[in-house]
Design a binder for this molecule. Structure first.
Ligand SMILES: NC(=O)c1ccc[n+]([C@@H]2O[C@H](COP(=O)([O-])OP(=O)(O)OC[C@H]3O[C@@H](n4cnc5c(N)ncnc54)[C@H](OP(=O)(O)O)[C@@H]3O)[C@@H](O)[C@H]2O)c1
Length: 306
């Protein structure tokens, strides 16, 4: 493992849930996070301009970057999946990844590692089968997005830059995303299983996600290829529901039937709430990452201060 002190680490999507926490943790380690911003640069030392829609990135300022964490992409849970929104979900990822990968490939001095986000949506709806990095992809919308997202890093691979595609699970954080959306109904006693409750949800705390990214950045020998970033104990929706209810001290007796999910959330509900993906962090554990929160109940108690 090498120290990240004084390393200049470019982060795209730095203002997001993961990027903001990662930037803060890297700064604590003495690294110099540099945020890729889509607006005019305000802080020359800490920001670099890019605009994936226009294919623009400050290539000169990329020289001297030691490592890259690419997280940017339209938030998939922000709205109903119209054809227009699905196009944005795909394009924001494929165009952005290709732009960064191509710019890195043309640098005089290449970064040590390019950590590029992907998602466990790669595997799709797979029942109770355990997915490792070697498992085949599915062919639904998100699975196709993930495959094209990962493939878009090819210019960096071709230039000999080690590329790590982190297939991120459902991120648990009190500050946003899935858990924050669930909290209000659960606190009101309106929580309950979704659909059959048998579908697997492969979760990861924000602490372990950021810990795993820092672990991957710190390795002197980068882990090349896909890396599942999920806790080692995925939970079914029913057991997640019961555990969250217990942690909050609230009843969880109001199920949401599958037809209601489809009616309320359309294709997005199907993909994010009813789909079953049971993923193992095989590559991460083989590389020696030690999880801070491998079990759900202590993870939720930590995140919710309960
Ligand atoms: N959260 C999860 O549960 C989860 C699960 C699996 C995978 N992931 C993936 O991990 C990455 C980070 O997740 P997150 O939860 O931090 O996401 P997030 O909070 O939605 O942040 C993503 C960031 O990407 C940038 N962005 C938004 N729309 C964009 C667009 N159209 N084009 C280019 N950039 C855009 C924004 O940053 P700027 O405004 O600073 O550019 C935004 O803050 C995402 O790619 C996400 O798909 C997340």
């Amino acid at each position: 493992m090498s120290s990240l002190a004084n390393q200049r680490i470019l982060i795209t999507g730095a203002s997001g849930l993961v990027g903001s926490r990662l930037s803060a943790e890297l700064a604590k380690l003495g690294a110099q996070p540099v945020a890729a911003v889509r607006r005019p640069v305000r802080d020359e030392a800490r920001e670099l301009y890019w605009n994936p829609d226009r294919g623009e990135i400050d290539r000169a300022k990329l020289e001297g970057i030691d490592a890259v964490v690419h997280l940017a992409g339209e938030n998939i849970a922000e709205g109903r999946w119209s054809e227009e929104f699905k196009r944005k979900i795909l394009e924001s990822r494929v165009k952005g990844t290709h732009l960064v990968a191509d710019a890195l490939a043309h640098l005089e001095r290449k970064p040590r590692v390019f950590v590029s986000a992907s998602a466990i949506g790669y595997y799709g709806n797979r029942g109770a089968d355990v997915m490792t990095e070697q498992s085949s992809p599915d062919d639904d919308f998100l699975a196709k997005v993930c495959q094209q997202w990962e493939a878009a890093a090819q210019p960096a691979r071709d230039a000999g830059i080690p590329v790590t595609n982190i297939r991120i699970g459902v991120v648990l954080s009190a500050d946003g995303a899935a858990l924050a959306k669930m909290l209000t109904p659960f606190k009101l006693g309106l929580g309950g299983k979704v659909g059959s409750g048998e579908q697997f949800m492969s979760w990861i705390t924000i602490d372990d996600l950021v810990g795993a990214i820092i672990f991957l950045l710190s390795r002197s020998e980068p882990v090349v290829g896909p890396v599942n970033v999920v806790a080692p104990n995925p939970s079914t929706n029913l057991s997640f529901t019961k555990t969250l209810g217990r942690v909050l001290g609230r009843p969880t007796v109001l199920p949401m039937p599958a037809f209601a999910v489809k009616l309320l959330f359309g294709e997005m509900g199907d993909a994010l709430l009813l789909s079953s993906t049971r993923v193992a962090p095989t590559a991460l554990q083989s590389a020696g990452y030690q999880f801070q929160y491998p079990e759900l109940e202590p993870a939720l108690r930590h995140l919710l201060n309960r």
